[in-house]
Design a protein around this ligand. Structure first.
Ligand code: UD1
Length: 437
């Protein structure tokens, strides 16, 4: 079975470029089908979630070309507005964006309920509330299909009961082709909400206020083709920042927007790292053992839930007791048992992890329970003494492009292997590398 084999203990050093934001790309690739002209999208990360959404838009009749690894050209002119229900669609969370896109464009959408990482209940009541406010009838029909349709979509004043990235994006998409004005209050402010709004505006939409908690949308008749480049991935950048810190390394993370990383940077500085920012890069230097701190996940600009496992790994190595509180998803501490196998001293009480820092982790056989926790376990293994194996890496590949390759370029001993023979060869090469320096 495919897995990573890792020899820990090498401080990461060097430069690593960050790919385009997966979560922005999922929304933007879905929104692209709203035009009947070619839409060129650049800086799309090459990860399996993206391949799934591209597969889904192709299946419903969009013309898709892929002129290079990170660029897609999508033309939604040929879409057959049939039910969207394939294995690929059910696998990824981001396929619910097809509801907003199709409902906006055709006033009708039937899409399979979203899958994604099993990190909590993940209801879609706020999406449905928004579509209904715009005049759609929505029902969830067996077998797990969401059906939304409207004679006419009409702008509305919508107050979101919870701050939801997905619902905010979905309502923006439907509302930008509704008649009249929509106001979304208590909207999500994540960078990818802003990126989606900028993208739609470049197609002729009229969206103002994205990045604040009140978004105003003036409906337009139709959207046209555009060329757009996706923002860098905040979470991939944060993952490499925290990997640098956990291995006591010195890494410059390039092609980032430092503003999007502010709360991640602030926590690293609090824990005793040096972080220097330039226009489009951040350098993380961890020359000594970190100290404890407390973290609570919150909607942007708060600490992202998608970085919670990675910071817990870091704090598991810091001096003193840290408290990590998860306030977004109910089921996001599944990695703790794996870390305990590595010698971590952590326990979970409700939505809180209590972490007593240890000097070092030791290598172990690990299973990635979900995408971000999988990346966090790789960080733990890179900082540990000895060898680890990480299984279920398909989760990690959903959201990280060339993860082991990028880590290797920073000096890490990590390889993706699929047999005992490949593993033996990888371990030999790690040992040679250590001998040769
Ligand atoms: C997106 C991200 C995910 C990230 C999350 C929070 C994508 C594809 N995924 O997920 O990586 O962890 O934002 O930053 O972009 N909620 C409701 N009702 C709803 C919708 C959400 O109660 O209709 C709740 C959720 O259960 C959760 C909270 O709102 O507790 C935030 O969820 P949301 O922001 O919607 O997350 P996603 O868009 O699913």
């Amino acid at each position: 079975m495919e897995h990573y084999v890792i020899k820990g203990g090498t401080p990461l050093s060097g430069e690593v470029p960050i790919a385009g934001a997966k979560n922005a790309a999922l929304a933007i690739l879905a929104a692209a089908i709203m035009a009947d002209e070619p839409v060129t999208i650049e800086n799309v990360p090459d990860v399996s979630d993206i391949r799934a959404i591209v597969g889904a838009v192709e299946e419903i009749g969009a013309a898709v070309s892929h002129p290079d690894r990170h660029t897609y050209v999508i033309n939604g002119a040929g879409i057959r507005n049939e039910p969207v229900d394939t294995e690929a669609v059910r696998k990824i969370r981001g396929s619910y964006y097809l509801i907003g896109a199709l409902l906006g464009k055709y006033k009708q959408a039937t899409v399979a309920l979203p899958g994604g990482c099993n990190i909590g209940l993940r209801p879609i009541d706020q999406h449905i509330k928004g579509f209904r406010a715009l005049g759609a009838t929505v029902r969830v029909a067996p077998p797990g299909l969401v059906e939304a349709k409207a004679e006419n979509l009409v702008g509305s004043h919508i107050y979101m009961d919870v701050v939801s990235v997905g619902a905010t994006i979905n309502i923006i998409m439907a509302a930008c082709l509704a008649k009249g004005n929509t106001i979304i209050e208590n909207a999500a402010k994540e960078p990818h909400v802003v990126d989606l709004a900028n993208f739609l505006n470049s197609m002729g939409a009229r969206i103002r206020g994205a990045g604040t908690d009140v978004i105003r949308i003036r409906g337009v008749e139709h959207l046209h083709g555009t060329e757009y480049s996706i923002i860098p991935d905040q979470i991939e950048a944060g993952t490499f920042m925290y990997a640098a810190a956990a291995t006591r390394g010195d890494v410059t993370i390039t092609n980032v927007i430092p503003k999007h990383l502010e709360c991640l940077t602030a926590k690293l500085i609090e824990a005793g790292c040096e972080v220097t920012e330039s226009d489009d890069s951040v350098r993380v230097v961890a020359s000594k053992r970190l100290t404890h701190t407390n973290v609570k996940t919150l909607p942007y600009p708060g600490f992202p839930t998608d970085m919670q496992p990675q910071i817990s790994v870091l704090l598991g190595l810091a001096k003193g007791t840290s408290i990590v509180t998860e306030s977004i998803f109910e089921n996001r501490f599944k990695y703790v048992d794996e870390l305990v196998k590595m010698g971590a001293q952590m326990r979970v009480e409700g939505n809180t992890a209590i972490i007593e820092g240890v000097e070092r982790y030791t290598g172990a056989n690990l299973r990635a329970p979900d995408l971000r926790a999988g990346a966090a376990l790789v960080i733990a293994a890179l900082s540990a003494q000895g060898y680890s194996e990480v299984y279920d890496i398909h989760y990690i590949e959903r959201g990280y492009e060339d993860f082991p390759e990028k880590m290797r370029r920073l000096g890490a001993c990590i390889a993706k292997v699929d047999s005992a023979e490949e593993e033996r060869k990888a371990v030999n090469s790690f040992n040679l590398k250590v001998v040769n320096g």
